[in-house]
Design a protein. Structure first.
Length: 291
């Protein structure tokens, strides 16, 4: 496994600067949904969601990603009011006990707007600012960091028959085009993070190839996020159900750290915090000055 260089970037959050690249950052997932693929329903109730947020913070997450709409394959969209009812109280509650940077995982501008007002810092849009024309305007106006992700199709149809003539070229071209569109509409290029969209319109082999060649995405000159936690391709390779995919997730994230990914988005923060720390130590073996 080769180790690839990782550039350092600085993102401007509403209350501080977040540095990416000195170490691998861990983003903890909080799905406030009834139907997410691995933990749907577990944290739908307010108290359970807040308790899980506390756990994510305690286990050492660098960011908390809160979402109120499942984007699993074949899922249907959620009404704006339902999504708001799920995420806003949780974000407000987290802000009472932690200043952890919060990203709002949504494709809807109104949800993002109210989440930012409630204390969120980053917009995580799996549609890459395509599904809601108001989203790019919101991001440009507020100046917050935004995560744009590659997806072929929509969550409803993306896994019906994903196909590519040239996978890596098409993923890179898509992300570059979305960066250009965002910048043309006033988004600060320095505030953009890119995500190759593991599991979003990809076969098992597509996902494996993207992870193997993650380093090629550095050509975009933007921070890289990888969200592969517990996804179906891991289960397909290992023949394991969702909750037994943490070893597979750790292996994938070790590849990501070696490839120079800046953030890993995970369900199990404690395990993947160790993956990130050891991976970073291996990256800097000649200069490591740990305990």
């Amino acid at each position: 496994m080769g180790v690839f260089p990782r550039s350092i970037y600085q993102l401007r959050l509403p209350s501080r600067t977040l540095e990416l690249g000195v170490k691998t950052l861990v983003m903890g997932i909080l799905n406030v949904t009834p139907d997410s693929f691995t933990d749907g329903g577990r944290f739908l109730e307010f108290e359970a969601a807040v308790q899980q947020a506390r756990k994510i913070v305690t286990e050492g997450a660098d960011l908390l990603d809160v979402g109120g709409e499942s984007t699993r394959p074949f899922s249907d969209p959620v009404a704006v009011d339902d999504e708001l009812e799920r995420v806003i109280p949780v974000i407000e509650a987290v802000r009472k006990f932690s200043d952890i940077p919060i990203s709002i995982d949504t494709t809807k501008a109104e949800v993002a707007r109210q989440a930012l007002e409630a204390g969120a810092d980053v917009v995580n849009d799996v549609s890459a600012l395509r599904f809601d024309p108001e989203m790019v305007k919101l991001v440009a106006r507020t100046g917050v960091p935004v995560i744009i992700m590659h997806m072929q199709g929509t969550p409803k149809n993306m896994q019906q028959n994903p196909a590519y003539a040239s996978l890596l070229s098409e993923v890179i071209a898509f992300l570059q085009e979305r960066i250009d569109v965002a910048v043309a509409q006033g988004v600060d290029r320095n505030q953009i993070i890119v995500d190759p969209g593991i599991g979003f319109g990809k076969t098992v082999n597509h996902n494996l190839q993207l992870i193997k060649d993650l380093h090629t995405l550095h050509c975009l000159n933007r921070p890289l996020l990888l969200g592969a936690s517990r996804k179906r391709f891991i289960g397909s390779v290992l023949n394991r159900p969702e909750l037994e995919r943490e070893i597979g997730t750790a292996v994938v994230n070790s590849f990501a750290v070696a490839a120079g990914v800046h953030l890993i988005r995970v369900h199990d923060v404690a395990t993947n915090r160790q993956v990130a720390e050891l991976g970073d130590a291996l990256r800097e073996a000649e200069h490591y000055r740990g305990r």
